[in-house]
Design a protein. Structure first.
Length: 603
């Protein structure tokens, strides 16, 4: 699980004396690279911009992709590739901005240009996703075309040493809803089947729909929700290791680790799992006329509404118990990864309130709005203090703590000790200082915007509500076309309403020219790729580490294969600050192609 899903990208550097690998940071790389661009002598025609689109899509399809599948970034000579971590050349990364994200952008470009080169590339990417689809009907974060043995070896080496990337430390062999992996893949398969029916897309889409339906909980408090992974894996990790020898400075009274065991089977709100699955089902209802899926959508909406906790802490957690456990009732907030303690979560609550707004628009049912004021009141009650923000630079731009303790309403902050996955661990307490840089201890929550939307919806007249309900995909009969463009903004549930305003961003000729000019004499963009990871060097040593150099850094010692910012490495040898090189990144390809697509569509 990644909060938020960032567009990260990768390349190789030297970190003397150990080699290191570069990957992207949470910040967006410039689409222009490090060389300033100048506008062309004369503006390009629409045809010239379309020709540039053909060039870059053909290059990405024929030279960068592996059988139509993509990871996240590449050295210019393709000698080294990365997804969220270092990847094998044979890998296909499903998480955004991986294979489905690229496929959506290629299909969008085809809709604007009519270019068969764009369609062929999109189709090939879709077929790569068909090959990556698991027998259960869903998708894992990654697929390796070299076979399951190669994938297992990756998990046992690079994945196992990623200290903070716990979802990659063990091979489960099942599918995930996390990071919208299954949802984005299924949405692309649906779009491709609608564009030009194909037996493989038809069969894949059928498996995906059946998977999403089968994974949905039935009965009890959890009814309508989804777990993070499905089907359940009996060997899932129940607890992260806690070293025998602890640092001398470790405070007392701390909590640590997966307090509710294997988190992959809990009802999951992290990364808007319900919202993404609902969107896919609504797309199927709209475009395929699958009204039999409406009850699944309504059950999912009811689950989110039902899981809101009682006042005064009327929020949600990242995960909620699907069934009673440890003397705690089903529906109670649960712990997730070792740095996601059992708690209420402020940004998840903000997302879920926004989901309730969407559910009201879909149904016209004011019940979805009834307890929104309770959630806003709770968010107002747990803001960060000025002292907390002043004493931790990582909290300066935040308004709220990420985690809030059940019962006391006090903020809990995550920390870690040690230097790698074997001698270190995460813990949490009330100390707001020295939080990890890779997982925000604070979040920006706009309670004023939530309140304004609530008041706007509550102030709607009966006729306005009736109009919304009539235009809702839940009220439609027959089939309607889906929007033509998915990659230039995050498609919302509101975008699936009849007569929704789906205008593209306005792109000027000068802006389109600048993007084309950024290609130079190449058929691809080279962009700064941001962060570094260490290459796998064998199992991490268990030798105790008593220092604090790795507490607030994205990476541990040189055995940790997690990503980090090369300009802000740990203050320990052999790390030294360094600049990022250039590479080919899917995130910037998607952004630049989107700019050209919007320009062509609007010209």
């Amino acid at each position: 699980m990644h909060l938020p899903v960032s567009r990260r990208t990768f390349s190789r550097l030297a970190v003397a004396p150990a080699a290191a690998l570069v990957i992207g940071s949470a910040g967006r790389a410039s689409a222009t690279g490090t060389t300033p661009r100048t506008a062309p002598a004369s503006p390009r025609t629409r045809g010239e911009v379309t020709a540039a689109v053909d060039r870059v899509t053909t290059f990405m399809d024929e030279h960068v992709s592996y059988g139509g599948g993509y990871v996240w970034s590449y050295l210019p000579d393709l000698s080294t590739t990365w997804g969220e971590m270092e990847a094998r050349r044979t890998m296909c990364w499903i998480q955004p901005p991986g294979t489905p994200s690229v496929g959506h952008s290629l299909l969008d470009a085809y809709h604007a240009t009519g270019s068969e080169a764009c369609y062929r590339a999109a189709k090939r990417t879709g077929l790569a996703l068909v090959d990556a689809q698991l027998a259960c009907g869903g998708w894992n974060y990654i697929h390796d075309t070299a076979g399951q043995g190669s994938l297992r070896k990756w998990y046992e080496t690079i994945g196992a040493n990623g200290w903070r990337l716990e979802e990659f430390q063990h091979f489960y062999g099942n599918a995930t809803f996390d990071d919208a992996a299954t949802a984005t893949a299924a949405q692309l398969i649906l779009r491709l089947q609608l564009e030009r029916p194909h037996p493989k897309f038809e069969a894949s889409l059928d498996r995906a729909i059946r998977f999403v339906v089968a994974a949905q909980y039935r009965g009890g408090v959890a009814d309508g929700g989804w777990p993070q992974r499905f089907p359940a894996f009996s060997g899932s990790v129940e607890q992260t290791p806690w070293p025998d020898e602890l640092p001398s400075w470790l405070p007392s009274g701390i909590r640590h680790g997966m307090e509710d065991g294997d988190y992959t089977g809990h009802v999951t709100f992290n990364d808007n799992v319900l919202g993404e699955n609902i969107k896919f089902l609504l797309m199927c209802i709209t475009a395929l006329g699958r009204r039999d899926l409406i009850p699944n959508v309504r059950r999912a909406m009811a689950c989110l509404h039902r899981m809101q906790q009682p006042g005064p802490q009327a929020g949600w957690g990242l995960q909620h118990l699907a069934r009673a456990a440890g003397g705690r009732p089903a529906g109670a907030p649960a712990g997730a990864r070792s740095y996601e303690p059992r708690s209420l979560v402020t940004h998840t609550t903000q997302t879920n309130v926004s989901q309730l707004f969407a559910y009201f628009r879909l149904t016209g049912d004011h019940e979805f709005l009834r307890r929104v004021p309770d959630a806003i009141a709770w968010l107002e009650s747990c803001r960060l203090t000025d002292q907390q923000k002043a004493e931790n630079p990582l909290l300066t731009s935040s308004t709220h703590p990420t985690f809030v303790e059940l019962g006391t309403n006090r903020a809990r902050f995550v920390h870690r000790f040690g230097s790698n996955i074997r001698n270190g661990a995460y813990y949490n307490d009330y100390d707001h200082r020295d939080t990890p840089s890779h997982y925000g201890g604070g979040r920006k929550v706009d309670t004023a915007a939530l309140r304004a939307t609530y008041e706007e919806l509550m102030g709607m007249s009966r006729s306005e509500v009736a109009d919304l309900k009539a235009r809702s995909p839940l009220s439609a009969h027959g089939r309607r076309e889906l929007p033509d463009y998915f990659s230039m903004s995050d498609l919302s549930l509101d975008d699936l309403f009849r007569d929704a305003d789906l205008s593209l961003p306005t792109v000027t000729r000068a802006e389109a020219d600048a993007v084309v000019e950024g290609l130079g004499g190449r058929d691809h963009w080279l962009t700064p790729i941001g962060s570094i990871t260490n290459p796998y060097q064998g199992p991490a040593p268990a030798t105790p580490y008593d220092g604090k150099a790795y507490m607030s850094r994205n990476v541990g010692d040189v055995h940790d294969t997690s990503p980090y910012d090369p300009l802000k490495p740990p203050l320990e040898s052999p790390y030294t600050p360094q600049d990022s090189p250039l590479g080919i990144t899917t995130s910037d390809f998607i952004e630049n192609l989107g700019t050209l697509t919007a320009y062509i569509a609007g010209s």
